[in-house]
Ligand binder design. Structure first.
Ligand code: PNS
Length: 158
């Protein structure tokens, strides 16, 4: 049984993230979405809200039986070891993502040679999308329903 961890901030989850999760479930037996508690970032949504938005969105998409959502802190590779994941999943939107993702993948591989990173090319219709832009639009009262699932829209409005 192959388990993959899809780590990220998910502040908030976007349609781009959901597309990557859906495609990862076609490749791996189990996908764990790891929501990072990052002390260096101050998220717009708290950890519990980010987890709940993901959970609701996965349920709406019928993916909740194949995917588990968990919060974590510390190193991604340590969390992989804890949950028995031998793969890390990440999405690549554009060349601009490549440099930092390459560096993370190499570093994680040095830290844990048995864990490999698998990249999914983000679907073209979501390639422009980022949680940061969504937060900016939401902060100014704009409509983000084209970019994020209803479960995240509700929580951003609050
Ligand atoms: O959604 P993001 O913010 O792009 O996700 C970044 C994330 C969570 C994958 C990355 O910051 C991470 O793995 N952080 C955990 C700490 C860690 O393992 N750092 C070393 C990575 S090389």
């Amino acid at each position: 049984m192959t388990t993959a961890l899809y780590p990220g901030s998910f502040d908030p989850v976007t349609f781009g993230h959901l597309d990557v999760i859906r495609r990862a479930t076609a490749v791996f037996d189990k996908v764990v979405v790891g929501v990072l508690v990052n002390p260096r970032k101050s998220p717009m949504l708290g950890l519990e809200e980010r987890i709940a938005a993901l959970g609701d969105a996965l349920k709406e998409d019928g993916l909740d039986d194949k995917v588990e959502v968990r919060g974590f802190d510390g190193l991604t590779v340590d969390f992989c070891a804890k949950i028995g994941a031998s793969f890390i999943v990440r999405g690549l939107r554009a060349v601009s993502d490549f440099e930092s993702e390459l560096s993370m993948a190499h570093t994680n591989r040095k830290l844990a040679p048995d864990i490999d990173t698998i990249f999914f090319m983000t679907a073209l219709e979501h390639a422009y999308l980022s949680s940061s832009l969504v937060k900016e639009i939401a902060a100014f009262g704009g409509d983000v329903s084209r970019f994020v699932p209803a479960a995240a829209v509700r929580r951003l409005k609050r």
